[in-house]
Design a protein around this ligand. Sequence first.
Ligand code: IPT
Length: 991
Amino acid sequence: MNYNYHQDLQIVRVNTMPDRSYYIPCAPGKATSSKENNESVLLLNGSWQFAYYPSFSEASLEGNSDSVLPVPSNWQMYGFDKHQYVNFDYPIPYNPPFVPKENPCGIYKRTFSVELTEEIRFYLNFEGVDSCHYIFLNGAFVGYSQVSHSTAEYDVTPFLRDGENEIAVAVLKWCDGTYLEAQDKFRMSGIFRDVYLLKRPQHHVRHYVVQTSIQQECAAISFKFDDFGQALNKSIKILDAAGRLVAEGETCDDTLCLTIDHPVLWNAEQPYLYQMVLDTTEERIVDTIGIRTISAKGNVLLVNGQSIKLKGVNRHDSYPDTGYVASLEQMVQDLQLMKQHNINAIRTSHYPNAPEFYHLCDEYGFYVIDEGDMETHGAWSSHGEREDDWYALMHHDPRFETAVVDRVQRLVTRDINRPCVLIWSLGNESGFGVNTLAAIDVMRNLDSTRLLHYESKLLVPEDQGKFSFDILDVESYMYPDLETAEKLAQECKKPLILCEFAHAMGNGPGSLTEYYDLFYRYSGFAGGFVWEWCDHAIVQHDASGNPQYLYGGDFGEVLHDGNFCVDGLVYPDRTPHTGLLELKNCARPVHVTRQGNTFWAENKLDFADLSDALTIVWTLEQSGTKIAEGSIADFNLAPHTKAQLPLSLPQIDGSRVYLKFEYVQMAEHPLIPAGTSLGFDQFDLSTEKSSVILPVSHHAVTARQTETGWLVCGEAFSYHFNTTLGTFDSCVVDGKECFAHPAEFDIYRAPTDNDMIEAGIASYSKRSWKSLRLDAAYAYTYETSVEQSNTCVTIICPLSLVADRAAPFCTIKAVYKVYGSGAVEVKLHVSVRKDLAYLPRFGMRYFLTEDFQNCTYFGYGPHESYADKHAGCYKSKFHATVPELFENYIYPQENGSHYDTEECTLSNAATAIKVCSTTPFSFCASEYTREELAAKNHHFELQKSGCTVLNIDYAMTGVGSGSCGPYTLEQYRMTEKEFVFDYAFLPQKKS
Ligand code: IPT
């Protein structure tokens, strides 16, 4: 085929209808806005014949279409072409308007039947086609459009025949629009959203805009219509949620204003919707209306005059089995998970979502930053290394103005009636230039009721001082460190939004609590959007049907960005990551604080009174056992207010006494079952510190020298201390060996994604864990001395941790006291090399035999916890098997540690090994070694070690957000240089 609109920057569409707001009409007297079971709609989803051509020039409408492809879908998900994941780089040469000659093309064909009558016009709609499409009906060219994530509509009436018709669509993988669509995702192609024909009367309302304003006790609902200037008679009814008529009117003009007394306003917590029924003689349009205002007062973001916080996430359309295709069920599943995790805002990064998505957000209550289909940061690296000089190439290039403007126009026009949309966003990372200004102009003209967002603060050198961001309504930043974020909050003149922060890649994000604290501390801080909602990956299955997730580079791509797409709060199958549980509690609806013996609750919701939303359930535990519980229902607490909780607690003396308040969904909610816990606060009410009590034994203990060390024996045990290793290499209890390998000192961890720069995995890392050789540390021991009494053997072993090429990382005086009971007191006097900024961890690891499968611990659980990531965890006594402690990241890495542990016990059928300390420690028990985790690139490549690896850490560095943001905060790194780590290691025969 030799059409060439896709390489012409001035032509972004041919024969499309003018853009309009999204709605689905129905026949008069009907009451649906659905595409299904609606006689006004002929849904063309389903099986289409499909022919794949490696290049558009080879493609032919007449060719063999013997394959079948579902619509909507992405053809890469069905074995055509291949997957490629790149973040910001262009997967094609940067040579606009040209795209590669080898431009994969899919020819889609199907037939359908229509009955033609004089009165009906047919409009063909494509809601999403990547990257562009040429449409043919019965062999005739109908039109062309690009902009993958926006709707293209064609009046196809003149092309139709009565009876059967054949539609053919040529979809191209690349077009000049590709230069504007460098979003960080798998680059997939095809018809990935609904295709349908609307059957409409000759005279109908084409476009309408509903705007609401509130004056005192009354809401004004103003309508603006476009009916092709036909002055149609339009009758409008507005019904409340109970179906009662609250306003109505009729007009032949293009405007109408109705009023509603005492309106119920829409907000994300109470998403009250009215129904609009718009009748013309031959058609009906049913839509919903949410009455709300959005404004900024000074730097405070207001909805309905009330300040709100955006507890947001960035969401891509990405599913491991359907690619970009998001069914209604999939969208609802995402929203349900978000609701249950206290997320109230979504940025549609970085393109408009399917139209239904916004209806769901209206219905279930989410604030949306609706973003244009635009991201051009590929220009950044178009001249070599990432170079700011090139960043805004396209926003300066007048040839791109048409396309840039077209994209925002499609965005605003389509979604203009959705109350969930609070803020328009031009796009992401495209630089600032004359085209940006032209686009802003168009957006402002189309809608003056929403705020305008655009993050791109990276000005190319020639633009410094030339452009002003005053033109935008919010201040928006990405990934600032905490200090910068606070400074921005102190200085912002407009509402401050972190459109991206807390990069949720792998084990993380750390320090979410600190960011949320800032959101609440500063009234101008409107909140932030975690990057990002879901891991992007492609699923395949092993022989037993287990999922295996693939990412960039797994498809033979030359250019790719590896696992940088696996950076979500949920796994590809929507299982929550521990990071999501962390976010959930940071965004909890209530904060309880303690003042002496009183507890104060603060309602962190923006609209709902606590008594309408939640019950506060409290439990008092001692050592993990429930002592008392109660609940506080009907606690009237207006949003943003604080009051003392009515509470009478029994007095419990002793250690490990914890009081926990849980915020429990009271009534059944469409997305949150009644009884769901939406967060908690916990307080340590202990009157005593926990102490370590060693079992008393009157049995003698003896030590005798061996070839490699010392054998220490008691009545029911024998341990062997290895003087070369500085640790025990054998631990026999009641005749059974508990150790699979000698114990070791450990200062390293399998790097997390957030460690990649620090660890030296990223190519641009300088002084790194790798260059320091932290991963290769082993013990070099000096002279061991042994002291014996009747009840105790003391082994004193000075040593250093060394590695080839490196100066010793630390020196340790290790003192082990073995008692007749078998208890071992370990005391490590440690000095860390002063120039080492921090260590990934410091501790010891034991290799227990693999039958040590059961774990009980008193610490932060029930899921993994770290110094800067334990807001979603609480202190209690937890039981888990070793496999259950494992957090199976797609890209293997450090996981499953438990922060602030006081005691943990690993046991098999015969023996229980308890480790406890008066100084809380971190522990991890795993079937995998850190070496294995570090060596493998995919979860499904992991080989079990054949033992239970037990790490007991004095400290473990936090996880931070360093994969695309600040590394672990100083206070959460293992920075101590001189310290004593003491703990008791207590193997006991099980009775
Ligand atoms: C930032 C992008 O906006 C986002 O799309 C995604 O790529 C994210 O990073 C990384 O996962 S861009 C970055 C250079 C700040």
